[in-house]
Design a protein around this ligand. Sequence first.
Ligand code: SAH
Length: 360
Amino acid sequence: MVSAKPVLTGFQPADLETLLAEWGEPKFRARQILEWVYRKRCRDFEEMTNLGRPLRERLASHFDLRALALARHQGSADTTRKLLFRLRDGRFVESVVIPANPALYGGRADRRTICVSSQVGCAYDCKFCASGLAGFTRNLTPDEIVGQVLEAESLDAERIDNIVFMGMGEPLANLRNLLSAIQILNAEWGVGIGARHMTISTSGLAPQIERLAEQPLQVRLAISLHGATDEVRDRIMPVNRKYPLARLFDALRHYQEIKKQKVTFEYILIEDVNDALDQASILANRARSLNAKVNLIPYNNVEGLPWKRPSEERQEQFLKLLRAAGVQATLRREKGHDIDAACGQLRLKEERGGLIAEAV
Ligand code: SAH
């Protein structure tokens, strides 16, 4: 059954103030209520003890507090953990929580990161990706995007410090809802996560990158490049036919001019597709032209797809070439992250009926 009630995890103070005024409630109640929702992670209107009972009951009859429910999870609080959520219309999305790991950073405190989905499925049809296999269903609403963070925090009773929009979907194809969610996640009255601790990842939607540049928030931008030439990108990412590299790079230059911020290129290494060493020098030139960082990610094999990750030796050679060309580059080596980029696979199985949801 789909509940028709709006969910409070998508509300900003102004929206609620209007409604409360109609109910004859003072304006400050809006912030009081949202403090329960975003800061105190309240799951039940009865816990809102600074509101009178009649108002709590009225709120409960008009609103829900949760846009999604945890259906399954894999991993534990101290490993990379994958969460599968059921939305109110019965669809599924995934988030991945990557724990703080000071050991990786020479003893300095690391951050707890969540990888959040922005759509159910994806329309962009990247050939190597599991998310697109079942096609596109719909955009997530702001309450569903924000809800993933709140639910993940309450699962481990631990704060999330860092958000990457690298889960299922193309975030820039859902820009309005994404920006609204980011406002809530960032605001003082909201979840309170710094904009610089949020990264939007895109397959390369040039016009939306330009629109993002006009937004005041200093969120970070990552580009799923995966190919340094149009030839390679055309083969694995259909979006490149619409916005080829020249168009994409125009948008990125514009973005950097306005934001004064470095972008990051993600580059999945796929055997015999984009891992030839001549590609590394073309990639290096492209990265240098924007002073961009490069994150190399060994491909995660996906059931039913033919692509494979190259040998470790080839991965290291590719990295070495980028660095020798003066590019700031990293290679993801930790095994614990394997689960991460396989986003989309849990949902696929669930919707095909291959898994029985466990109540958690
Ligand atoms: N649509 C957005 C965000 C979602 S994908 C984008 O394209 O950036 C998040 C990242 O995971 C992208 O860089 C995507 O290319 C990568 N990815 C998808 N499938 C993968 C796989 N099997 N192995 C490694 N990375 C993968």
